[in-house]
Ligand binder design. Structure first.
Ligand code: UDX
Length: 473
């Protein structure tokens, strides 16, 4: 029986448990996937860490009871007021205490219900062991580019492919990718990165043996060679772009969303009054905070460019992960000088912003959620990567997807004013701007096709559900 028929005809009595850390960049794809599952009549419980969960829920309506998604919490082992920017203590403690706490939660939940499957996020790799102990079949939701999955897998399984990683311009040749430089690799593989991040990924790769399905947030067409290169090793099945139903023009199956800060809706009205393709949207996601020098250079480049801009500058005390000279405020005279053509907000409904016709391009840190959101909306990108997967995503955008340009940093690790101006020109008016926009629109089209009936992502998704149904019977 064809897979799609099976899915359409059956009313699956399936309950799924999803496990994720309550970071914005992790919970968003988890929720988006949960929404897709409940649209098929599947019941979803999301288990997440209570600290982050509480922080996010303060800024949102409580998960509504009719949403079909249940939210459950477990402790990461630290007190509420512990400063989690001490990521070493945080990750070590959650790895030590999290498994028992999650296990207790599962014991409680399974008194009343049976889970057909658990879908675990790779950044809580120990959850794979916990669900295995409870004999729940496990799927992994890989929430970054499939390229990153391949890089981590190859790195931890076969170190030989990698040169010495302390030379930033050393060449790296990996299957399915253009020749990379060491600086294009995810930062946590580099010797400069604290060991605990690397250990987390090593744990995850080791735990993969207990995972029955690896589902990717990306889509096949943009990373085809990489995805195929993993088929003989440990296959990944992309089911994305995993973005909110809103970006796909679908009716929301649930009004659930969790935000770390309140989105300032006024920016949409502000965009309404701007000409089409005239605004640079600037945001660095939920974790990255710019240094004062970086911020000053963007300020000067924006002054000189004379373009409209909408800039998200997060408030201080955002829950950690800040650099010492982090900047939280823009100079007052700049705000005055650019009044009318510039708007600064603390947080926005990014999806609505990217869908807005006034937005010309996105100056982005290239977190994978933001990247997927640009791919599905056809918005060209100016890449300003910082750490984690972001340097690799920026390389993909500039060299593989070709829907954007990457700022080049100087020796001091900072992009100069001239370099920022060059990038703005390149995506907005230079000779390559048309080509970049054309690529962005082509990708938008193929991203949407991947999710249509018989598209690559729908087929992978339906295959997963039908295998669950078979397993369940
Ligand atoms: C983190 C990592 O930094 C990133 O590299 C990794 O790929 C995922 O986890 P984050 O830095 O928060 O994520 O970036 P990103 O993945 O882009 O996720 C941010 C999310 O917040 C996006 O879905 C975006 O739409 C949303 N957002 C951002 C808002 O809703 N409003 C804003 O003002 C800014």
């Amino acid at each position: 029986q064809p897979v799609t028929m099976l899915v359409a005809n059956e009313k699956p009595n399936i309950k799924i448990l999803m496990v994720s850390m309550a970071l914005q960049g992790h919970i968003n794809p988890t929720l988006n996937f949960a929404k897709r599952l409940i649209s098929k009549g599947i019941h979803v419980t999301i288990a997440t860490t209570e600290d982050g969960g509480n922080r996010m829920l303060k800024h949102t309506d409580k998960i509504s009871s009719d949403s079909g998604i249940k939210l459950e919490f477990f402790s990461d082992g630290l007190s509420v007021d512990f400063d989690r920017s001490d990521t070493k203590t945080f990750l070590n403690t959650i790895q030590e205490k999290g498994p028992q706490n999650l296990s207790n939660l599962i014991t409680n939940l399974t008194k009343n219900e049976t889970f057909s499957c658990a879908i675990v996020n790779p950044f809580v790799p120990w959850a794979i062991d916990v669900v295995a102990e409870h004999e729940i079949p496990c799927a992994l939701l890989w929430i970054q580019a499939s390229t990153l999955y391949s890089i981590y897998y190859r790195y931890f399984k076969n170190n030989d492919l990698f040169p010495k990683l302390d030379v930033p311009n050393e060449k790296v040749q990996l299957p399915g990718l253009p020749v990379l430089e060491v600086k294009d690799l995810p930062s946590l593989l580099l010797p400069s990165s604290p060991l605990h991040y690397k250990e987390l990924m090593a744990y995850f790769i080791k735990a993969l043996d207990k995972v029955e399905w690896v589902l990717g947030a990306s889509f096949l067409e943009i990373e085809e060679e990489i995805v195929k290169s993993m088929d003989s090793l440990t296959p990944i099945y992309p089911i994305g772009p995993l973005v909110s139903p809103f970006l796909l023009g679908e009716k929301e199956t649930s009004n659930v969303s969790v935000d770390m800060w309140n989105a300032e809706d006024a920016c949409i009205g502000w965009l309404d009054n701007k000409p089409n393709s005239s605004v640079i949207y600037i945001s660095f996601g939920s974790l990255v905070v710019l240094s004062q020098t970086q911020m000053n250079n963007i300020v000067t480049a924006l002054k000189n460019s004379n373009k409209n801009f909408l800039w998200v500058v997060k408030p201080a005390n955002n829950g950690g992960y800040e650099t010492k000279d982090a900047a939280y405020e823009l100079p007052k005279e700049f705000l005055k000088e650019t009044e009318g053509r510039g708007l600064v907000v603390k947080w926005c409904a990014q999806e609505k912003v990217l869908m807005h016709p006034a937005v010309a391009c996105f100056l982005s840190h290239c977190g994978w959620n933001s990247t997927l959101e640009t791919l599905i909306t056809g918005v060209p990108v100016i890449c300003w990567p910082s750490w984690l997967d972001q340097p690799t995503n920026a390389m993909l955008i500039e060299n593989v997807f070709r829907n954007g340009v990457k700022v080049n940093y100087g020796e001091d690790g900072v992009a100069s004013v001239k370099e920022i101006e060059r990038c703005i020109r390149e995506v907005m008016e230079g000779p390559n701007a048309g080509e970049i926009k054309k690529r962005a629109m082509e990708i938008k089209d193929s991203a949407r096709k991947a999710l249509e009936e018989d598209g690559s992502s729908s087929n992978n998704f339906n295959q997963f559900i039908s295998e669950l149904i078979v397993k369940n019977n």
